[in-house]
Design a binder for this molecule. Structure first.
Ligand code: NAD
Ligand code: MG
Length: 394
């Protein structure tokens, strides 16, 4: 059997660790090419040795000496910095995981498409910021993008063998996050620690907080629109506290196909890794008799303003997604630093969207330069919002 060459961008994160776990279970099937990480050098070096990768890259140049020292004598190449991430994306591979968090994942993910092979896309921010650019680049180079977000993997699987024009609606489920049952007036005082615990999924801290605010679901609505090219009016959100149904696809004949599975990202990652085959995966099997019942409710519009903002972004398209994502990332930085309250994050993002829509920045072509330009402006708008004292204080 010929080995498939795999690269993992963001190998030290939650998605990256799950990917490493799957790859390490089948050394006869996979050859690790490049692994990239951030500040956790010990973990990156350990993974690189474990998978016997050709190259390990940290995003931070000041940590290159540490990485080199940690891999001394291993024969594994090391590099650091943004250009090195692009070089990692250039190393010939058959399958590349885009598992970096945030807009930082866009340049290496975009670059990886030039190889014309497969990009497994966990980095939803890429599609939100630059959906048309990413899809066009994939087409130009004959590359395939496979969704790794659990909801989008579920939709993708429900669509196998189906005609997209027969789709009436797509329903993306949401757990409701850490505060789904909190009184609305308590949300403003929610702490970082409280926002950092997810009821069902074990994920990176940023996406966990984005789940509490539903900014994650907002990104996923936009991601659905960009990936499947579905009219936003046909994309719905459904709160499903058990997180066992990941998405549903409704067809014009009234059939509704649901995808069920345990909340374990190794299913979606493994599906993308083995596609188009289905191979054994080390995920728990659902015992529906034991589970007994599943619950659903409509998302509360007051609790989750991010969902309303996502609708505006889907309608505006163009660079609106890049503004939305950058303002959201910056709002989260400010929440981390204790500079804004949990509920201020949506106000801050709405303000940035309003300001930059006024500039008609949304209408410009979706190029990497333009995306990075409005990304910068949106982060600036988020900082200005703080400086103006628009927030009532923390
Ligand atoms: P994480 O924070 O656990 O890991 C992020 C990875 O990106 C790490 O390897 C980190 O070193 C690297 N990184 C961080 N900042 C970087 C930068 N500026 N430049 C280069 N690398 C950088 O995040 P995660 O939870 O694994 O999420 C990764 C992506 O997958 C996100 O886009 C997230 O929305 C998406 N996703 C995650 C899950 C999940 O279960 N964790 C589920 C669905 C989608
Ligand atoms: Mg998801």
């Amino acid at each position: 059997m010929t080995q498939r060459r795999v690269t993992i961008l963001g190998s030290t994160g939650s998605i990256g660790e799950n990917t490493v776990d799957l790859i390490a279970r089948a050394p006869e099937r996979f050859k690790a090419v490049a692994l990239t990480g951030g500040r956790n050098i010990a973990r990156l070096a350990e993974q690189a040795r474990r998978l016997n990768a050709d190259l390990a890259v940290t995003a931070f140049p000041d940590l290159h000496a540490d990485l080199r020292a940690a891999l001394a004598g291993s024969g594994i190449d090391t590099a650091a910095g943004p250009d090195a991430l692009l070089e990692a994306a250039d190393r010939p591979a058959d399958w590349i995981m885009s598992g970096i968090v945030g807009a930082a994942g866009l340049p290496p993910g975009l670059r990886a498409l030039r190889q014309g092979t497969t990009l497994a896309l966990a980095n939803k921010e890429s599609l939100v910021c630059a959906g048309p650019l990413l899809m066009a680049e994939a087409r130009r180079h004959g590359a395939r993008i496979l969704p790794v977000d659990s909801e989008h993997s579920a939709v993708f699987q429900a669509l196998v063998g189906e005609d997209i024009t027969a789709v009436e609606r797509v329903i993306i489920t949401a757990s409701g996050g850490a505060f789904r049952d909190w009184p609305l007036d308590a949300l403003a005082s929610a702490t970082l620690a409280e926002a950092s615990s997810h009821p069902n999924w074990d994920m990176g801290q940023r996406i966990t907080i984005d789940s509490a605010s539903m900014f994650n679901k907002a990104l996923e609505l936009i991601e659905t629109r960009e990936y499947f090219d579905i009219d936003p009016m046909r994309i719905e959100t459904l709160v499903h506290p058990e997180s066992l149904i990941h998405a549903l696809v409704g067809f014009r004949d009234g059939a509704l196909m649901a995808h069920l599975g345990p909340p374990d990202m190794r299913h979606a990652i493994g599906y993308a890794l083995n596609w188009p085959d289905r191979l054994d995966l080390p995920v728990a099997r659902l015992d529906l008799a034991q589970i007994g019942c599943l619950n659903f409710r409509a998302p509360c519009v007051q609790r989750y303003p991010a969902l309303r903002l996502a609708r505006e972004v889907m309608e505006a398209r163009g660079l609106a997604g890049a503004v939305f994502n950058a303002a959201k990332e910056r709002a989260l930085d400010h929440f981390f630093a204790g500079r804004v309250r949990f509920t201020d994050m949506a106000a801050l993002v709405e303000n940035a969207l309003g300001l930059l829509a006024g500039d008609s920045a949304f209408g410009a072509e979706v190029t990497l330069d333009n995306v990075q330009h409005v990304d910068h402006m949106a982060r600036q708008a988020a900082d200005d919002w703080l400086g103006r004292g628009a927030h009532p204080g923390v």
